[in-house]
Design a protein around this ligand. Sequence first.
Ligand code: NAD
Ligand code: TYD
Length: 341
Amino acid sequence: MRILITGGAGFIGSNFIRYMRSSHPEDQIVNIDALTYAGNLDNLRDVDAKQYAFVKADITNANEIEPLVEQGFDVIVNFAAESHVDRSILDPSAFVRTNVMGTQVLLDAAKKYGVKKFVQVSTDEVYGTLAPDDDAFTETTPIQPNSPYSASKASADLIVRAYHETYGMDVNITRCSNNYGPYQFPEKLIPLMIINALEDKPLPVYGDGQQVRDWLHVWDHCAGIDLVMRQGKGGEVYNIGGNNERTNLDIVRTVLKYLGKPESLIRHIADRPGHDRRYAIDARKIRAELGWKPRYTFESGISETIEWYLNHREWWVAVRDGTYRNYYEKMYGARLGESRF
Ligand code: NAD
Ligand code: TYD
């Protein structure tokens, strides 16, 4: 199979490439990424560069995307996005541009050049927020996004759906709960808390810290996307979630306990505007129809993740001080524009 992955230099996309290389080495992979602040080719340093092709391209630019898609692909998996809620509150415009318009550019190219399957990697945040005793989100829960980020992802989902209904394209949408694992950018809760705790810095908890997220290890997310890509029924949405609801304070305390650091590092700070109180995913559909099941418990996944950050200090120091951005120049400077597929 020839697979075009967008956003493969980010957290989940890079893990997906690693997952694919170990589970389906026969597939050909092309990774396109604009290398925004969140794109880091260091995330793929341990993947043999001969095993996939990288092209720096922006999904909002049809002039860059069409000639690539024209090369012929069986599948496009769209990970490329602006992904951080707090950044979307500061400036929604990049979110609308990349998440909505970029998705439409990709869909048009896929339609034009006969890509057989389009998988849109979406989020449970499109469903909005839950009260403590509400049932978990199913695939038929109404879309009610609350942040500019989730609104842009919901909009993209609707465009993807429309290309199925209108043009008969074979599409799937996956909606996943909060991911954690190696190579997550330290603006997100778990890596930020690990790194701050390691350096004895304050751990900023928004509001009362009683917000609930349903945590899934990124490797289990990748396994779910892989199944949907191969066996998903055209036009269907699949929720992916680990059944691991935890309050933010639980997460922070777990990290502190593992690292032997004091709870006095916790600082409650002003809440995020429009902060969703609870997310929870009902993943029975993907379990029943595609046979997906998570390999990690939260306990095994969080220990492994904390150990990863302990053992990869050079990765997060480079991310934090910005030197990871030099890597692309060092690695690709002389070969810019070259592609190997
Ligand atoms: P990330 O921010 O780590 O990575 C995003 C990647 O997309 C980066 O490599 C970035 O350079 C690239 N990108 C951004 N704009 C681009 C553009 N215009 N053209 C090409 N590339 C561009 O995000 P992530 O956490 O890996 O999330 C990947 C996808 O999964 C996103 O679509 C996100 O909405 C979704 N998702 C994430 C989570 C989570 O917990 N992280 C949960 C559910 C769904
Ligand atoms: P985040 O990792 O940004 O994911 P999302 O907002 O997409 O769920 O945040 C997870 C939860 O942690 C969310 O309820 C906000 C909270 N949070 C904090 O309390 N402090 C922080 O510094 C961050 C980054 C998040």
